[in-house]
Design a protein around this ligand. Structure first.
Ligand code: MN
Length: 287
């Protein structure tokens, strides 16, 4: 079995644009070996937005290079557009898996519909690193809708398999390195053993509720980081809980991050800044 290594969390909140009240539960500014292949975990909300008849709230055009962004919407709706001509709306239960690769410019806003109705908002944005050989991959995204995600029954709960495999179910997301990403719901009082792979860095984020892992309580907006070695972990739900389970094979390469760029060296970061300033990330079509 895996053991609990430490509990990650950040109870300070900051706004990304005017649409996303975010707690960064881990980022590439810490020990990147311990979290690889993951780079950053932003938990947006839960937050109740009032109806807005003006412009949707969010964050305008900005670049990314060298990794993937995974946006999981629990409550509310997020609309996006990017420099490849792509765009769409991520609704409750949907996931967008975007490969920034060699460079993309995009914008992320609440949908016009959600802006008008307002209501509860909850979202996770996870950044997943790319191995050096794939950092120049063409930008792309996978629009994974709720109906594409298989649900597995657990002891005392359910899991939606977004990426990887669980109990014979295969997640729809295509990944560059082995990754599991499961949206797990546990009923209060249940005890569930999750088959996390030996050799994967493994983390369990508590989005709501409270669980006990390896004898320690893990609260809302905290992440239990587990040992890389060992197979499986037992989770006891102290209340009805929503968990995001992430495991991945570590990428054993240097990580140098600067804002929206994550590369392997300072020189590559300087190149990313120069390329962006020179317009080599392309541009977004006018609305
Ligand atoms: Mn972005």
């Amino acid at each position: 079995m895996k053991t609990l290594k430490d509990i990650l969390g950040n109870h300070g909140s900051h706004w990304v644009g005017d649409g996303f009240p975010v707690r960064s539960l881990f980022s590439y500014n810490g020990d990147t070996r311990a979290i690889s292949p993951f780079l950053l975990f932003d938990y947006a909300g839960p937050h109740n937005f009032e109806p807005n008849d003006g412009a949707p709230r969010g964050v305008g055009q900005h670049p990314h290079r060298g990794f993937e962004t995974v946006t999981i919407v629990y409550d509310g709706e997020v609309s996006h557009r990017d420099s490849t001509g792509g765009g769409g709306t991520i609704s409750s239960g949907d996931v967008q898996w975007m490969t920034a690769g060699k460079g993309i410019i995009h914008e992320e806003f609440h949908s016009t519909g959600f802006s008008k109705t307002g209501g509860p908002f909850r979202m996770v944005q996870l950044w997943v690193n790319l191995p050096a050989k794939d950092k120049g991959a063409p930008p792309a995204y996978q629009a994974i809708t709720r109906d594409m995600i298989p649900t597995v029954t657990l002891d005392g709960g359910t899991a939606r398999v977004i990426a990887g495999t669980l109990d014979g179910a295969e997640g729809p997301a295509s990944t560059f390195t082995p990754v599991n990403l499961w949206d797990v719901r546990l009923d209060a009082g249940s005890e569930t053993t999750l088959p996390l792979p030996d050799g994967h860095n493994s983390m369990i984020a508590v989005l709501s509720g409270r669980v006990t892992i390896d004898g320690q309580g893990v609260e809302q907006a905290e992440i239990a980081r587990l040992s890389t070695t060992g197979e499986g972990v037992t989770v006891t739900a102290d209340g009805d809980s929503i968990l995001l389970v992430l495991t991945g094979e570590p990428i054993d390469e240097p990580v140098v991050g600067y804002g929206p760029f994550v590369m392997n060296s300072e020189a590559e970061i300087r190149a990313a800044i120069n390329d962006f300033n020179a317009g080599r990330f392309g541009s977004m079509a006018a609305v």
